[in-house]
Design a protein around this ligand. Sequence first.
Ligand code: HEM
Length: 397
Amino acid sequence: MENIQSQDKKWHTRRRLLTPAFHFNILTQFMETFKSESVKFIKTLNDILEKKDSNGVISLSELIPRVTLNNVCETALGVCLDDRLDGDEYRQRISEVEESLLERLKNPLMGFDGFYYNCAEGKKYLKSMEKLHAFSSGIIEKRRELLSKEMEQEDMNQNDVDETNPYRKRRYAMLDTLLRAEKDGLIDHAGICEEVDTFMFEGFDTTSMNLIFALMSLALYPDMQRKCYEEIQENIQGDLASLDTQQLNNLKYLDCFIKETQRVYPSVPGIVRECTSDIVFGGKLLFPKGTQINIHIYDIHMNPKYYDEPERFNPERFMAPQAEKRHPFAFIPFSAGQRNCIGQKFALMEMKTLLVYVIKNFELEPVTRPEDFRFHAGLLIRTKTDIQVKIRKRVAT
Ligand code: HEM
């Protein structure tokens, strides 16, 4: 989290360090993890359906965060999060930190570090951060050990052509980049912890909220669900075991559907920027250095200047030529500019993979409707209500 708030120089160094870890070639290796987590998720849903008194109603709010937490832990951190209790606790700590940051934003006095860290809210924040760091440290330690073992094994097997050897197929975790940089003295343990927290905070709940709203919307709009299904049937023949990034890229309607979900329910509804120098806006308005600017992503996405009938859920608005005519900053779920989301391709790949598995295996019917829920004030979009859908096994057509 410190990274999201960090200042210029530190941010530049870290961003440069991390960028190669999000390279397309690295991301494609993560498909296997996304697929195996999707297979596990489908099995969970099948198990629910097989229960004697099951009516097929599932809680997305409960099930989806587990998938996305596992995905980010396995890919970004290279550790399989087998202890679910631990994961749930981690999630709870993230919410606490988010609440504390929000309280700080609401009270100008808390803007002063000296005041904030000495009042109850600031102390609560530090306590939650301490627990988060303990969790991250545990993961980092585990990965350090694994990495050394794997590197030793790689050395031993350099001339070994045995393809069944798991070490030859070791996937590269983003955390490895940081651990190697640590060896070169470019980052220390505390710095790695900060980056890990940022990955987790930015990469886990954002993606799960996006998936929850996408699945809910598929259930709400059966015609659109049908279109997604037909597109999958047309473009992905055979077993999903061989699903790859090229096939995902061919799913144009699904892509628009996800974009529309992000427009209506942006996981990050607003961001804050600070002017680092005086800026004259539109030739008239001066923003002096130090001005804090709140950018309301949600309001931009709902602006009728850019979107006809903004309240209407309509994926077609992201198709050409409508989309091409729109202002490039009228759709910014991943923010924009140099400090945009480094994980956007990762997130889209992860979400598309899970959605393909779900749509191919199940038909979704609505349970929770947008008029039933209220949004929670927070840094991320959330609802107080549990979001549910009803599932039925799909009969292939
Ligand atoms: C649907 C999913 C996601 C959404 C909507 C999203 C959105 C965003 C937004 C709006 C920002 C800018 C925040 C700010 O400026 O205050 C951001 C930053 C960031 N995101 Fe994402 N994100 C998503 C998924 C991910 C994933 C999966 C990862 C990593 C695996 C990730 C890693 C990051 C990082 C490290 C930053 C900080 C970038 C920097 O300051 O240089 N995000 N994200």
